[in-house]
Design a protein around this ligand. Structure first.
Ligand SMILES: Cc1cc2nc3c(=O)[nH]c(=O)nc-3n(C[C@H](O)[C@H](O)[C@H](O)COP(=O)(O)OP(=O)(O)OC[C@H]3O[C@@H](n4cnc5c(N)ncnc54)[C@H](O)[C@@H]3O)c2cc1C
Length: 473
């Protein structure tokens, strides 16, 4: 039976990056991917001359070595962009990241006054506060105050996650923002105050946000990144099989059985790396446990529906994306691909992706494609983002396992799940594989770290405790 040093389940960025590092060092790697193309969540689909990502996929990393390694991948050319985005609040399009002054001015006067006071008071009182921060609600109020929580955090968060922020673990915010947001925000406000700079912006201004930040993006969709990683590894001897249906994993005999093109194969592994959803991974195991299944069922992923609209128009706005926190609007973001690269759309046309978060068992997920795209378009007309009649076609795509959902007990349950699923010959990896809410660069970084653990620190291989050290917006 053919044997590989590593069999990797899933050819998203994590699986591909792991394969890159190990094949560079002479190990044999087999990647098994269920979809017809590599890339996982960082994939681009093609339709009638359009290149369509899964919503926004900006690439950036504060890890300089990683960034250089990615940017110098053979065949990959990424272009630098300065992030440009806006947020629709109080019936206005505001710059994003926020200018706090802008936000306060856009709000109804009383709300603005009370939020300003609450924000200021909170800066002083939070130093003395001892309360344990457990939920995202606790976290937000601790940093920004109760009023801003009511205005900003509650509506958007409960809309995206369909859950009260009081029931979402604070870890989510910590991993997402790492307090950086706060420091940046304060620095900006202080600078404005010191320089008496209160007059230079207008609420509707769409010029660059002051710290919009840079990111990198290829010409024809984020797909170019996983494709480049894959080509690199294949040149070094890796084997990638797309449209592979993994049937069974036997931990005892260290084999994986899968079918491809109507034939079934069984391969032996030295070590198995799983980047696929935890539930899918468990269902393939030959070892079952009732109690474990209960724990596993408490961990859930959130799904997402993308509605793409195609327009006979050069462009809609200059933004890379816009946020729509209002609960009455069904979508969370609108991403216009032409602003990422003109090659993403045929000449004279543009496309926009609206994302709608959902769980498989809720009513949004069960809406038909027509119902969901009609509702999205109605809402886009309602906020003057699109004009009636200018959309000539739509496409709906449903992505499962898009976001790991952190409820208040998730960490404890995840510890048990990882303990059950990992052993000295099998490891979990990646955003989906270890249930970690992270960006693309983090999936690559943790894959490189896990690979380094095999190459150098042979006694401590699991990457489960990977921490997002260099969060990049
Ligand atoms: C809507 C959205 C927008 C995002 N925007 C950004 C952004 O702007 N910038 C950024 O840096 N990051 C962004 N991210 C995060 C980024 O996309 C992910 O961190 C990264 O792509 C995760 O890669 P991964 O390999 O860890 O996981 P995945 O991409 O989930 O890889 C898992 C792979 O396993 C495969 N698989 C699943 N089941 C099986 C099976 N049974 N057998 C074989 N294969 C299987 C999947 O098809 C997939 O290819 C975004 C994520 C989402 C959901």
């Amino acid at each position: 039976m053919e044997k590989y040093d590593f069999i990797v389940l899933g050819a998203g960025l994590a699986g591909l990056s792991f394969a890159k590092r190990m094949t560079e060092n002479g190990y044999s790697v087999l990647l098994l991917e269920k979809e017809g193309q590599v890339g996982g969540i960082s994939r681009t689909i093609r339709k009638n001359g359009f290149y369509l990502d899964f919503c926004a996929h900006r690439f950036h990393s504060n890890n300089k070595d990683l960034l250089n390694e990615v940017l110098s991948l053979p065949g990959l050319k990424m272009y630098k962009h300065i992030k440009k985005s806006r947020i629709y609040m109080f019936n206005k399009y505001l710059k994003y990241p926020f200018e706090i002054q802008n936000l306060l001015r856009a709000m109804p006067v009383t709300k603005s006054f009370l939020s300003g006071i609450s924000f200021g008071l909170n800066l002083v009182t939070k130093v003395f506060r001892k309360k344990r921060i457990r939920s995202y609600k606790d976290w937000f109020i601790h940093f920004y105050g109760k009023r801003l929580y009511d205005v900003m955090c509650y509506p958007y968060t409960s809309k995206i996650w369909r859950t009260d922020p009081a029931d979402i673990a604070a870890d989510w915010a910590d991993q997402r923002f790492q307090g950086e947001n706060m420091a940046k925000l304060l620095k900006r406000i202080i600078k404005k105050i010191v320089t008496l700079d209160f007059s230079k912006y207008s609420i509707e201004d769409d010029s660059l946000a002051p710290d919009g930040g840079i990111f990198y993006y290829p010409l024809k969709g984020i797909q170019e990144l996983p494709d480049a990683l894959n080509s690199f590894s294949i040149k070094n001897g890796a084997k990638t099989i797309c449209s592979a249906v993994v049937k069974k994993i036997s931990r005892k005999s260290r084999t994986v059985s899968y079918s491809h093109n109507g034939r079934t194969f069984t391969k032996k592994y030295g070590t198995l790396i799983s980047t696929i959803p935890l539930h899918a991974y468990y269902s393939l195991q030959d070892r079952k446990d009732r109690k474990f299944e209960e724990t596993l069922s408490s961990l859930k992923y959130m799904d997402i529906i993308f509605v793409y609209a195609f327009l006979n128009r050069k462009n809609i706005s200059n933004d890379h994306w816009l946020y729509f926190p209002d609960k009455e609007i069904i979508f969370n973001r609108a991403v216009e691909f032409r602003n990422w690269s003109p090659k993403m759309c045929p000449e004279g046309k543009t496309s926009v992706c609206f994302d709608v978060t959902a769980y498989e068992d809720d009513e949004i997920w069960s809406m038909s494609d027509k119902e969901i795209s009609d509702r999205v378009l109605e809402d886009a007309y309602g906020v003057d983002y699109l004009k009636r009649g200018e959309v000539y076609s739509t496409l709906v795509y449903r992505l499962k396992y898009a976001y790991p959902f952190y409820d208040l007990d998730y960490q404890e349950n995840l510890d048990k799940v990882v303990h059950f699923l990992e052993d000295e010959h099998s490891y979990l990896l990646g955003r989906t594989g270890i249930f970690r809410y992270n960006n693309a660069d983090n999936s690559i970084e943790m894959a490189f770290e896990l690979a380094d653990n095999f190459l150098k620190k042979k006694d401590k291989k699991s990457i489960y405790k990977y921490e997002i050290r260099n969060f990049s917006y």
